[in-house]
Design a protein around this ligand. Structure first.
Ligand code: SF4
Length: 186
C-alpha cells in the first residue's frame, strides 16, 4: 500500500481532536445512541442506522485508521462493520506507506508499522539523518538508533557484495554507500 498524500492526512499519535467532528459524538443537539454502533449480528436496523451516520461523517477515514491502528475489532467504525474490517486488521501490520515514512522523517509523530519503521531507518540512513534525530523520530535510545544504522549499512554492503559476485552493478540498484558517519561503523 503506497500513497503520495500530504503528511497532514495522518493523525498524530495521541490526537483525539478529530472526535469532536464525529457524527456519532453525542451532544445536546446531536442525541446519537452509541448502542447502534455495537449491534448484534442480526440487528439489521441498527447496522443500517450506524452505517448511514458513518456515511455522513467528515472524519470517517481518520476514524477507520484509528480503529485499525488501535486494533479495535468491536463495533462499527469508519463506516465498516466488524466483519468488513477483519481483513483490513490483518493487512495493517504489513502496511508500507511511504507517505507515512516521509512524514516521520519530516518530524510528524504518527503511527508506523514495523515495515514503515524499517523504511524510516533506511531513508534516514540514505538522507544522512543523524543518530540523535533518528532516535527522536522513532522514540528509541541513541544506542538503538546507531545499531539500526549499522545494521542498515551492513545489509546494503552485503547486497552490493552479492551483486558484484553475480557480476551485477550495485550502482544500478541504487544501493551505493555514501561516505557518512556510519560507513565505518558497520
Ligand atoms: S465514521 Fe462512524 S464510527 Fe467513526 S466517528 Fe464517524 S460516525 Fe463515528
Amino acid at each position: 500500500m503506497t500513497t503520495t498524500t500530504t503528511p497532514e492526512r495522518y493523525r498524530s499519535l495521541g490526537d483525539h481532536t478529530w472526535q469532536d467532528q464525529a457524527v456519532c459524538h453525542p451532544s445536546e443537539y446531536n442525541p446519537v445512541d452509541p448502542d447502534v454502533f455495537f449491534p448484534g449480528p442480526d440487528e439489521t436496523a441498527k447496522i443500517a442506522t450506524a452505517l448511514s451516520l458513518c456515511a455522513q461523517c467528515p472524519v470517517r477515514l481518520v476514524c477507520l485508521d484509528a480503529a485499525l491502528e488501535g486494533g479495535e475489532t468491536h463495533g462499527i467504525r469508519g463506516g465498516l462493520t466488524e466483519e468488513e474490517r477483519e481483513t483490513l486488521h490483518e493487512k495493517i501490520a504489513k502496511r508500507l506507506d511511504y507517505g507515512r515514512v516521509n512524514a516521520t522523517i519530516a518530524g510528524r509523530d504518527i503511527h508506523l508499522t514495523s515495515a514503515e519503521r524499517r523504511a524510516v531507518v533506511l531513508a534516514g540512513y540514505r538522507q544522512g539523518v543523524s543518530v540523535e534525530r533518528l532516535a527522536r523520530l522513532l522514540k528509541i535510545s541513541e544506542d538503538h538508533a546507531l545499531k539500526l544504522y549499522r545494521e542498515t549499512s551492513r545489509k546494503i554492503r552485503n547486497r552490493e557484495l552479492q551483486q558484484e559476485a553475480r557480476g551485477g552493478s550495485a550502482a544500478a540498484a541504487g544501493t551505493s554507500l555514501r561516505a557518512d558517519d556510519f560507513g565505518t561503523a558497520a
